[in-house]
Design a protein around this ligand. Structure first.
Ligand code: ZN
Length: 438
């Protein structure tokens, strides 16, 4: 015992003064506190536009304030607000060959305030009989290029039910102008000849304010300060789901309270280091789960040419298939981001691997894709074993299922792996936009 202590004291004594100062570490206390706060039941699953999510946004802004981040250049606070649009169908009816169809068998997929069609109008009639496959017609149904009336045979009721479950709920969209064309589906047998019909529907559209939470650490080196590095995660989740064993809150501890926690912990870490040559942006995105609106709005506020790299962090709460002290990077071959990160980890036991699930298209399933399409080396770092993750998008994605120690090791590895890029010594190659699917 003593000998080891003596040896280590001697070793420290031999080190130059600068190396004796302990480099800051990512705080495990911060990781645990932020994660359990975001994943707590009182955040109600952080569904986009809901009160629980607002509470999460206010908590994150308070964390950024505590850490000492600044608002983004030109902003007055950490909240980045923008509108989304929610349309709710308030009435829908179909009279077919003179017979009013039961309301439960009518479904309008529309963003238009009023629909009023008859067989005399320019409406596409799509008849799907008992033998017809629905799959080849999904494009026409969901993204009609013309007003479309679908007569769906009652034997296809299962498909109708799944449609109704999704579309009877109000849905958010990013653009004020929705599709000018609509689809109305009726569960009814195909009539013998060309039918007569009267279709009517009304909808109400409301504006819903959404918010990203973004903070900034300006770069210390005049030569690099205009270059920005993004650390991001999405703080929204699914909200309230069907109860399972009395629990209905989708806490989203791994998805993506874990990545959002990493963003906060990294902000704290880099603020303490206080030596970033490039400017750092820390952002918690909204509305990832319902279409990535938050990242889309955010990316439009910035010049992609000024963005050196994006570290998007998604689901790092459970160990990766490669074991502890590993994580994978999506779109590994689309830039040299991965090898650059690994080069800073020489001498550690941590290893970044290429995404082992290319068939899952994870590169496109998170908020990095928007900026990658603009050429930014924007990748997602994750550990999730998504093909076998039973907790994914369930009410059981709880803080207690996560490995905080491994998660902290990953965040430390991200911090360390970013050293060269943060210091302006490394610049990852750009992503070729033609290699990114739209
Ligand atoms: Zn998700």
């Amino acid at each position: 015992m003593r000998k080891t202590l003596l040896v280590s004291l001697l070793a420290v004594g031999a080190l130059p003064a600068s190396a004796q100062r302990r480099a800051p570490e990512v705080s495990v206390a911060t990781v645990e506190r932020v994660l359990t706060t975001l994943a707590a039941d009182d955040m109600q699953g952080r569904a986009t536009g809901q009160p629980g999510q607002l509470k999460a946004a206010e908590f994150l802004a308070a964390e950024f304030r505590r850490i000492g981040l600044q608002p983004l250049p030109g902003a007055t606070g950490f909240a980045q607000e923008f509108p989304a649009y929610q349309t709710a169908v308030t009435s829908a009816s179909v009279v077919l060959n003179g017979a009013a169809q039961p309301a439960a068998q009518v479904l309008a997929l529309t963003t238009q305030p009023n629909l009023s069609w008859t067989e005399k109008d320019d409406v596409t009639l799509l008849v799907l009989g008992p033998q017809d496959q629905v799959q080849p017609h999904l494009g026409e149904i969901f993204r009609p290029a013309k007003n479309t009336l679908v007569l769906l045979d009652p034997s296809q009721a299962t498909f109708f039910k799944s449609l109704a479950e999704r579309y009877r709920r109000p849905r958010l969209r990013a653009e004020q102008a929705g599709n000018p064309y609509s689809t109305v589906v009726v569960l009814a047998p195909a009539p013998a000849g060309p039918p007569t019909y009267r279709v009517a529907a009304t909808t109400a559209t409301t504006t819903v304010p959404l918010r990203n939470v973004a903070g900034y650490l300006p770069g210390h080196d005049a030569a690099h300060a205009a270059e920005k590095i993004i650390f991001s995660g999405h703080y929204d989740h699914l909200g309230i789901l069907k109860p399972v064993a009395g629990d209905s809150i989708a806490n989203g501890a791994d998805d993506d309270a874990s990545g959002t926690t990493a963003v906060v912990a990294l902000a704290e870490y880099f603020k303490q280091r206080n030596d970033n040559a490039r400017s750092l942006i820390f952002v918690a995105f909204t509305a990832e789960e319902i279409g990535g609106f938050g990242a889309r709005y955010f990316s439009k506020q910035l010049d992609p040419k000024e963005l050196t790299a994006m570290f998007n962090i998604e689901m790092i709460g459970k160990p990766a298939k490669f074991g502890p002290n590993t994580a994978f990077i999506t779109g590994y071959d689309k830039s040299d981001f991965g090898p650059l990160l690994q080069a800073n980890l020489t001498g550690t036991k941590f290893k970044f691997e290429p995404d082992p699930y290319p068939e899952q298209h994870l590169f496109y399933r998170s908020d990095n894709a928007t900026l990658a399409q603009l050429g930014v080396p924007a990748h997602t770092i994750s550990t999730d074993q998504i093909p076998t993750d039973k907790l994914y998008h369930s009410v059981d994605d709880e803080a207690s299922s996560l490995d905080i120690k491994n998660m902290t090791a990953i965040i430390n590895a991200i911090a360390r792996s970013a050293t060269g890029i943060v210091a302006g010594r490394q610049t990852p190659s750009r992503v070729a936009p033609e290699q990114v699917e739209k």
